[in-house]
Ligand binder design. Structure first.
Ligand code: BYC
Length: 315
């Protein structure tokens, strides 16, 4: 019986059918999805902090409104993703507890500080740009609710990327000090953006299994290369450079060659020892604790409505 289920599942994955919440799935598939989707959801929620830092100091009302809307979109992405994880039997409260206890990860990129307003533009351009590269293929991931959430997320992320690029283009047509500010932000964010795609394929423990299940559709290195190739002409157009002396077009490969990110730094950040890890998690913990009364009130209200509906059904 279980062999039957397993071969039906494998055939569905091979034929590019979607696996839906009520379908049978192997335990490892379910666990891998919960791990990846939870990490993704946590990234969206923690990712509100670095940019949120600039809402009260945005240089104009227009920039403030745009930034507010973007940060709010990230909260929405977190909600779609926690909901997708719930269809697999995970509980959102439990996932949040794991995040603030340091037992689940979130993207390394959000452990770096945002020092100037140019960082807001560079996050939109490069961080959302990397997220798009990573997430467009996930619109074809094998698990239905995750794939459907990704379609909407990607539409919003591409809008975010354009707002970042537009902000930077405006600053680049400003004063020399503004141009320097943009170049400085690019210098600080370029390597961490490349690290968003995960460790090199040779060190990625999950890629092979996740690709066989069609949860991941590309390897980490394939997506990193795509991101570099996509970003170089955009940087030229903006008038900034990337801090990598090895970056150059390779006509034989038809791709850009580029240097090696500092993988020791990556693992330090992933293991909790980046510039802002402690601050990010402490802020999330405080927000969770401050929101306890809202959750209690919402639960009590839902319970009361359910009791009333029950009484009415009996009457
Ligand atoms: N940071 O075997 P690997 C966004 C972990 S936010 C931290 O390659 P996998 C946005 C990895 O989890 C962008 N940890 O893993 C929001 C694994 O550890 P565990 C977030 C990382 O899962 C606001 C170990 O390293 N996007 O969009 O096959 C504003 C070995 O790695 C990182 C997503 O989450 C990292 N960078 O592949 C703007 C997309 N990289 O779990 C933008 C969905 C790796 O075994 N996620 N690790 O303990 C993915 O596509 C995959 O999870 C990854 C990693 C490509 C990230």
């Amino acid at each position: 019986m279980s062999e039957d289920l397993e071969s039906r599942f494998e055939a569905a994955v091979r034929s590019e059918s979607r696996i839906e919440p009520r379908d049978w799935m192997p335990d490892g598939y379910r666990k891998t999805l919960i791990r990846q989707i939870a990490q993704h959801a946590h990234s969206e929620i923690i990712g509100m902090q670095p940019e949120g830092n600039w809402i009260s100091r945005a240089p104009s009302l227009r920039r403030k409104a745009v930034l507010l809307a973007k940060v709010q979109d990230e909260a929405g992405h977190g909600l779609y993703l926690y909901s997708a994880a719930e269809t697999l039997g995970a509980e959102r409260g439990d996932l949040t507890e794991k995040l603030i206890a340091g037992r689940q990860k979130y993207s390394s990129i959000f452990n770096y500080p945002t020092l100037t307003f140019a960082d807001v533009g560079v996050i939109g351009w490069l961080v959302d740009g990397a997220a798009i590269c990573n997430q467009v293929p996930l619109c074809r991931t094998s698990y239905g609710p995750y794939a459907r959430a990704m379609i909407r997320v990607c539409k919003e992320e591409s809008f975010h990327q354009r707002q970042g690029y537009e902000l930077l283009a405006t600053m680049m047509s400003g004063t020399p000090a503004q141009r320097e500010m943009v170049q400085d932000a690019v210098n600080r964010w370029w390597w961490p953006a490349l690290m968003m795609f995960g460790p090199p394929d040779s060190e990625s423990s999950n890629t092979e299994r996740s690709m066989a299940w069609r949860i991941k559709r590309n390897t980490n290195d394939e997506l990193r290369q795509k991101f570099v190739d996509m970003s170089v002409p955009q940087a030229e157009r903006l008038g900034v450079t990337f801090p990598d002396p090895e970056l150059r077009w390779n006509p034989e490969r038809g791709h850009h060659d580029f240097g090696t990110p500092d993988w020791d730094e990556f693992w330090r950040v992933v293991q909790g020892d980046g510039p802002c890890n402690a601050q990010r998690v402490a802020h999330r913990r405080a927000a969770h604790e401050d929101g306890a009364w809202v959750r209690e009130a919402a639960t009590a209200h839902a319970a009361k409505r359910a009791r009333r509906a029950g009484r009415e059904a009996v009457a």
